[in-house]
Design a protein around this ligand. Structure first.
Ligand code: PLP
Length: 410
């Protein structure tokens, strides 16, 4: 007899470092926007693996492409090129400001690469004193030592010092604060998310990203957009910055890039690429054994091709607007309980006066998977293929949970 869900949960309790706080279910299969646990319970998935699985689960065309690639080539390292990585880099730069790509395996790693690029960019430009990274309060950039150091939420840094630095934090959306720090011309780069997702789905105020672009141009600072969560269609455009009339020097990607297969990328202009370009006779300045892995890049190519064929970016914009309208009714219907609705495309937050984790737990009991973003927000980040009837079902379950009073301040 294969182990039951209860047995697997008991085993997990014994064999894992207890860093996470998983919900008490063991998922074992999925289809589209639905997943099933080991005990046979069905859940509507509005998390998509934390804004990852845009194509949903077990997408037939995606699986066919992965299977074909498995039979051909999985990994050769960066001692050689592989066909998939070259096509994958081209697929990215065809859709954004970028001219050059470095592949890695996760969002934190992409941001690490961007930090290294930023520092060395100035060394090669003969301004080696520009060490500082400017970041924003409430941001989230990853879990490596350097990326927790530039994450503007102290809870992620506690216990891990001495940290990477110098880092200067400024208020998100505050151009005057950014101007003051950047004017010192000691910053290598400013890093910012077009939407602070883990910070509670906070959309950059109009003109903020363009204002930062101008400040960075005036002061010779590199501008990095962390699009790990907002990139690859999630906001209803290919990349989150495309809602504003502005482009960064460097953009970091991961999450949705491989449709669920781990892959990250640093994307940059030709000029910024000098920060990670090998010098004649010099060492390789940055590398990753798995970066550009043929299988992961085939997943990226399949994800982008399927998103194009199925018109998923436009679909995200439409479905996102529909979801936002449905959620907005909760603000009116639950005064003193639901505060506001935030976000763009299919990255939406419902801010509550009480504990969002209680809302998430109650919804799970009712067959709906959601996640928490920040201290007060319940996050919707469903697969891009989500149907209206599924959005209706999800909002209905959330409405029921709120009706029972969960997530309301005492
Ligand atoms: N940057 C942003 C904006 C993120 O949302 C995340 C993850 O949530 C990361 C970086 C870290 O990505 P990863 O968990 O793949 O390292």
């Amino acid at each position: 007899m294969p182990p039951s869900q209860a047995e697997l949960l008991a085993l997990a309790d014994q064999v894992f470092i207890k860093n996470y706080r998983q919900q008490p279910i063991v998922l074992e299969r999925g289809r589209g926007c639905e997943v099933w646990d080991r005990a046979g319970n069905r859940y509507l998935d509005m998390t998509a693996g934390i804004a990852v699985c845009g194509l949903g689960h077990a997408h037939a065309a995606f699986n066919a492409r992965l299977t074909e690639q498995l039979a051909r080539l999985v990994h050769v390292s960066n001692l050689f090129w592989n066909d998939q990585q070259i096509l994958a880099a081209k697929a990215i730069i065809d859709r954004c400001f970028g001219q050059r790509v470095f592949f890695c395996n996760s969002g934190g790693e992409a941001n690490e690469g961007a930090l290294k690029l930023a520092r060395r960019y100035h060394v090669i430009g003969e301004e080696p004193q520009r060490h500082t990274i400017v970041s924003t309060h409430g941001s989230f950039h990853g879990r490596t030592v350097a990326t927790v150091s530039i994450t503007g939420q102290p809870k992620y840094r506690e216990g891990f010092g001495p940290l990477f630095g110098p880092v200067e934090f400024v208020a998100y959306g505050d151009l005057a604060a950014a101007k003051k720090v950047l004017a010192t011309k000691t910053a290598a780069a400013m890093i910012v998310e077009p939407i602070q997702a883990e910070g509670g789905i906070v959309v950059a105020p109009p003109g903020y990203l363009a204002g930062l672009r101008q400040l960075c141009d005036e002061t010779g600072t590199l501008l990095i957009f962390d699009e790990v969560q907002t990139g690859v269609g999630r906001t209803g455009m290919w990349f989150g910055y495309q809602h504003d009339n502005v482009a960064p020097d460097v953009m970091t990607l991961a999450k949705g890039l491989g449709g669920g297969i781990p892959i990250g990328a640093v994307v940059c202009t030709d000029k910024a690429a000098r920060g990670l370009t090998a010098q004649p006779g010099g060492a390789v300045p940055h590398a990753s054994t798995f970066g550009g892995n043929a299988f992961a890049c085939a997943a990226l190519n399949a994800t982008i091709d399927i998103m194009e064929t199925e018109g998923l970016v436009e679909r995200v914009a439409q479905a996102g607007q529909y979801l936002a309208n449905e959620l907005a009714e909760l603000v009116a219907d639950f005064p003193g309980h639901v505060v506001d609705i935030r976000g763009r495309g299919l990255l939406r937050g419902v801010s509550v006066t009480g504990a969002p984790a209680q809302v998430v737990a109650k919804c799970r009991e009712k067959g709906l998977l959601l996640s928490v973003a920040g201290d007060k927000v319940v996050r919707f980040a469903p697969p891009f293929i989500v149907e209206r009837v599924q959005l209706d079902e999800a909002v209905g379950i959330l409405r029921d949970a709120l009706g029972e009073g969960v997530g309301k301040a005492a």
